[in-house]
Design a protein around this ligand. Structure first.
Ligand code: ADP
Length: 349
C-alpha cells in the first residue's frame, strides 16, 4: 500500500536506479519528468515547462477540475522535491482540443457565462486522441496535417474527436467528462433538464444527482456492470440487459461518427483505441454497421483477428480506412516532455 504521493514518488525514484529493474544508475541521469495534468482551461494549448507561474495557472484552472488538478499539483510538488535537477513538464488532457472553433465549443446559454466563468466545451483524453491520430497518419504514409480522421477512445471513459488536417475541430466531452457518449459509469448526453427532474420529482440533492449521472449510469446503469468483458459474456448467454446496453453504447458512437463525418466533410480514416476500442470486435462492428453505402466498411475476419499493434480492419471496398491503434498516453507524455526539454536546451545553447 502506497500511503501518499511522496511515498509513491520516492519508491519510483528507488526503482529507477534499482540494479536489477532500473533504467539509470543515478537519479541525476533523469533528464525530465512529464506530468499528466487534466485541465489546462484556455491557458494551455501545448505541453509546458513547469515554473511557479505555470503552477499558479494550473491552480487557477482547478475550479474546472476540482478532483484532478489539485492532485496533479501535489504530484508536481513532490516530483520537484525528489527530482530537483530534472525539468518538469505539464502535458494537459485538454490541450489538443484547444483548436476547436467557437461554434463547436460554445454552449447556447448567456454569453457572459463564457466570458466571466469560462463555461464552454473543453474535451479530455487529448493526449490519447493526438497520439493515435499521429500514429494513423504515420501508418497511412501521410503527414498528420494531411489527414482527416475521427478518433474513438473507448475505455472506461469514452470520447471521440474530429481531427481535420491534424487539428481537433470537435470532441464529444464537454466542460466536464460527463458529456457525449455513454461510458462505463457515466451517462453521457442526457436531456439537460434531467437533474431538475431528479430534484423536483425524486427529491435528490445536487450531489446525489451528480453521483447518479457519474457513477451509477452508463453501462453500469443499464446492465449492472461496467466491465465490457462481463457484458459481452452475458450477452453471449442471452442476457437481455447486456444486449440493451451494447445497443445503446454502439448506436451513440455511430451517431457521433455521422455527425463528425459531416463536420469534417472528407473522412480518410476512423481509429478505435483504448481498452474496449482495441479489444472488443463486437463493439467496433456495432459502431460501423450499416455505413457501407457511405463508404465505410470493416472486414469481419480482420476485425476479429487477435494481434498486438496497429491493425487495419477495413474491408477492401472501404473508401474510409478503419484502424485499431493501441493508445499509449505515458509514451506520448514522455515524447512531449523530451520535445519541450529539447527546445529548452536548444534555446539555452
Ligand atoms: P480506463 O479508461 O480506465 O483507462 P481502459 O482503457 O483500460 O480504461 O478500458 C477499460 C475497459 O476495457 C473495461 O470495460 C474492460 O472490460 C475493457 N476491456 C479490457 N480488455 C478487454 C477485452 N479483451 N475485451 C473486451 N473488453 C476489454
Amino acid at each position: 500500500m502506497i500511503a501518499d504521493h511522496h511515498t509513491g514518488m520516492t519508491r519510483i525514484g528507488e526503482l529507477l536506479i534499482d540494479s536489477e529493474y532500473g533504467a539509470v544508475s543515478d537519479k541525476n541521469e533523469i533528464a525530465g519528468v512529464g506530468h499528466r495534468v487534466v485541465h489546462g482551461g484556455e491557458t494551455f494549448q501545448d505541453p509546458t515547462l513547469i515554473d511557479d507561474a505555470v503552477i499558479d495557472a494550473i491552480e487557477a484552472n482547478a475550479f474546472l477540475a476540482p478532483l484532478h488538478n489539485p492532485a496533479n499539483l501535489t504530484g508536481i510538488a513532490v516530483a520537484r522535491s525528489i527530482f530537483q535537477q530534472a525539468p518538469q513538464v505539464a502535458v494537459f488532457d485538454t490541450a489538443f482540443h484547444q483548436t476547436i472553433p467557437m461554434r463547436a465549443y460554445l454552449y447556447a446559454i448567456p454569453f457572459d457565462l463564457y466570458t466571466q466563468h469560462k463555461v464552454r466545451r473543453y474535451g479530455f483524453h487529448g493526449t490519447s486522441h493526438a497520439y493515435v491520430a499521429e500514429q494513423a497518419a504515420h501508418y497511412l504514409g501521410l503527414e498528420p496535417a494531411a489527414l482527416n480522421v475521427i478518433t474513438i477512445h473507448i475505455g472506461n471513459g469514452v470520447s471521440m474527436a474530429a481531427v481535420q488536417h491534424g487539428k481537433c475541430i470537435d470532441t464529444s466531452m464537454g466542460m466536464t467528462p460527463l458529456a457525449g457518449l455513454m461510458m462505463g459509469t457515466r451517462s453521457g448526453d442526457v436531456d439537460p433538464a434531467l437533474p431538475f427532474f431528479l430534484t423536483r420529482h425524486l427529491g435528490l440533492t445536487i450531489e446525489e444527482s451528480q453521483d447518479l449521472l457519474n457513477t451509477r449510469s452508463g453501462l453500469k446503469g443499464i446492465c449492472g456492470t461496467n466491465d465490457m468483458r462481463e457484458i459481452l459474456a452475458s450477452r453471449d448467454q442471452g442476457d437481455e440487459h447486456a444486449q440493451i446496453a451494447l445497443d445503446l453504447y454502439t448506436y451513440r458512437i455511430k451517431k457521433y461518427l455521422g455527425a463528425y463525418w459531416a463536420a469534417l466533410g472528407r473522412l480518410d480514416a476512423v481509429v478505435f483505441t483504448a481498452g474496449i476500442g482495441e479489444n472488443a470486435p463486437y463493439v467496433r462492428s456495432g459502431c460501423c454497421a450499416g455505413l457501407e453505402d457511405l463508404g465505410l466498411a470493416i472486414d469481419e475476419e480482420r476485425n476479429c483477428e487477435r494481434r498486438v499493434g496497429l491493425r487495419d480492419i477495413s474491408a477492401g471496398s472501404s473508401r474510409v480506412r478503419v484502424l485499431v491503434v493501441p493508445t499509449n498516453e505515458a509514451f506520448r507524455i514522455a515524447q512531449e516532455t523530451s520535445r519541450i526539454i529539447g527546445s529548452r536546451l536548444n534555446r539555452a545553447l
